[in-house]
Design a protein around this ligand. Sequence first.
Ligand code: PMP
Length: 360
Amino acid sequence: MKRAFNFSAGPAALPLEVLEEAAAELFDYRGTGMSVMEMSHRSDEFVEIAQRAEADLRELLDVSDDYAVLFLQGGATAQFAAVPLNLLGDKSAADHVNTGAWAKKAISEAKHYCRANVVASSEATKFDRIPPRAEWKLDPNAAYVHIIGNETIGGVEYHDVPDVGNVPLVSDMSSTLLSRPVDVSRFGAIYAGAQKNIGPAGLTIVIVREDLMGRAMAGTPSVFDYKIQADNDSMYNTPPTYAIYIAGLVLKWLKAKGGLAAMEKVNLAKAKLLYDLLDSSGFYRSPVTRDDRSRMNVPFTLNDSGRDEAFLKQAAQHGLTQLKGHRSVGGMRASIYNAMPLAGVQALVEFMRDFERRQG
Ligand code: PMP
């Protein structure tokens, strides 16, 4: 078996231990004579899997009983619509901070349902930073303030929770959830597609304050109505059972590794290795201001984009794969989620130093 150091932004690498456990149980889950993917979502075995996954997620993130944890489908993109549908209530506007490609998508979707105020934007500087909190022009009558916790394409991440007063803060944490401890109580809602740091594609996690539920706009599809899903233990319809099972194995793995504080330590060390190289080199460059750099997605460019192809080809020959930057920005991007070991980043940095020495 040959495993690459896979730097994909998502769907992304999963821990080998998780894949091994899933493989061992693939044909016969604990004596049931069937795979988890062949099992009724209402079976005792699967209900146990789903309950364990929720309990482990709550434990890892220290989620209080004031919040519902939902396992939905449709990706974070569906949440760009589900958030206004569920959380506008009697309000007609939502505040958005524009930090990049994902913020823009959230804004354009929200506009179908409400006035989406762009209260701050870093577009003028090519999304190289989080606009400083002091510059945000918040509307006290907005239903919520929406941010992207980590811009997966631009590589810009919030390193603290912005204070937005009494208006609920909503964050798309698709590419940062579980990479570090987070104070959930500071948020009205958090959502994330699973396929980066949590599990396979197909599962979307929503953590939402109980008192914000039950006010969905008329006509909200039932599967996207937080209250309906919460009242049905996220089984109003058939949930993505196998994705929940694998996410459950990832959560168990995270607990065995010491939880989110331990993960944060390793993630900081990985990011530092890579950014130190970028900053000390005249050959590579990070486009993001230092304070706002993502620990999960590290975009970088070569000083001569004519060498990009050679870089990617040779990297792949060294077992370092999926480093091509997003098609909208070009260059490279190394996504270094929890499942990427320190050794993978060390191997990448070594390769990059060597490539620079040889000038490709
Ligand atoms: N938000 C962020 C921050 C993302 O990284 C992504 C996926 N790359 C999305 C939203 C969209 O997620 P999905 O494709 O699961 O709908």
